[in-house]
Write a protein that binds this ligand. Structure first.
Ligand SMILES: [Zn+2]
Length: 198
């Protein structure tokens, strides 16, 4: 049996194709208990529904998972829906753990490299990264890490400054550009935080 660390799926088979990519066949182990639309428990299996998602590579092998699930139908409101899987992104095409990995790798690698490595399109990689940047700017709280790293990233056709908590391995701040004044202003803010905390 194959265990790929996704508890909602039972892997039944693995195939290797001519490009050395892995394709897993998986059955869904969870089933919905109520209608996602009206909350009714009067639901029945409607029909089989397969979907293909991309997952983290295994060594040099790119990984796809064919998920064999079902659509369900609500007998009260008529709504149809599939199993909700926590391991799969809402787009239904990538696992969440793959998305997290891609978003972090975008700071060091080109979109093309990443797209080739995981077998997804370059615009998709770019979109994931832009989503991540939006998320970061929403949840952003400035603090001064023990070790501050400064980097740059090419985004939306210009270079931005990136301030990183090196030990905590996360991005603290991204600046609109990487001009001297912008970077100096950011550094001054970090200095202020340090001064105010001693
Ligand atoms: Zn319903």
């Amino acid at each position: 049996m194959y265990d790929i660390g996704l508890s909602e799926l039972e892997i039944t088979e693995r195939m290797i194709d001519e490009s050395n990519d892995y394709t897993y066949q998986a059955e869904v182990k969870v089933s919905p208990s109520e209608c996602l639309e009206c909350g009714s428990v009067h639901i029945v299996k409607h029909k089989k529904h397969d979907r293909m998602v991309r997952d983290l590579n295994e060594y040099e092998h790119r990984v796809g998972i064919v998920i064999h699930g079902h659509r369900y139908q609500c007998k009260d409101c008529g709504n149809t829906f599939g199993e909700e899987l926590n391991c799969v992104d809402k787009s239904g095409r990538l696992t969440k753990r793959l998305i997290t990995k891609i978003q972090l790798e975008c700071f060091d690698r080109t979109f093309k490299d990443i797209a080739d490595e995981y077998g997804i399109s370059q615009p998709s990689v770019k979109r994931l990264f832009e989503d991540y940047v939006d998320e970061l700017s929403e949840s952003y709280t400035l603090y001064s890490p023990q070790v501050l790293g400064i980097d740059e990233v090419h985004l939306r056709s210009q270079y931005c400054g990136v301030f990183v908590d090196v030990l905590g391995q996360k991005v603290i701040e991204m600046t609109e550009n990487r001009n001297k004044v912008t970077v100096r202003n950011s550094l001054n803010r970090y200095l202020k935080i340090i001064k105010s905390s001693v």
